[in-house]
Design a protein around this ligand. Sequence first.
Ligand code: HEM
Length: 181
Amino acid sequence: MKGIVFVELIRMAESVMGEEAVDDILEKAKLENDGAFTAVGNYPCRELLAIVDAIGAELGAPIEALHKQFGHWMFGRFVEGYPVFFEGKNDGFDMLESIEGEVHVEVRKLYPEVELPTFATERLEDGRFKMVYSSERPLQHFCHGLIEACLQHFEHDASIQMTEQKGGGKFCAEFLMQKAV
Ligand code: HEM
């Protein structure tokens, strides 16, 4: 997983708890590289999971909520860092539809070593929209945060129903969305 993701997780934690508390957490979490991450490095996803677990333990916060909050934070970074991907998208569903075939394709061209999930999307009756996440990594709650932030970015008042699906050694989740009328 790209170092920038770690750098952003640490920045988010620092904004909530302060630098010293985060340093302590990283020290205690017994990370392979002693918690020194650079934006251009690559690190195992299990290190990210360990950091989120350690933050959760320190704050007494539910891990899933932290992953989701991190999804919101990362979405903000994507909007700032890669505005080109948001151009020409009429709404949040258009944007989400473009992740698998466009955004992540370009991301892979830029950084061939990335580990990305796969998405299947479908427009359903009554304007509902389905997005199915599938990954080797258990980042479905992070994904939930990204999706929620994306719909907020496009100013939709929408519901998102998440259903986790187990099977095939992969982590899968279905997100069913509907805009309020
Ligand atoms: C709302 C839209 C998006 C969704 C739902 C989404 C979803 C995800 C998820 C869930 C991951 C974690 C990897 C995994 O679960 O296997 C991920 C990773 C990533 N995504 Fe996206 N993404 C979105 C938009 C973007 C945008 C706009 C960019 C622009 C650059 C981007 C770049 C990346 C990068 C760089 C990674 C890290 C890959 C790695 O570290 O190996 N994504 N994305």
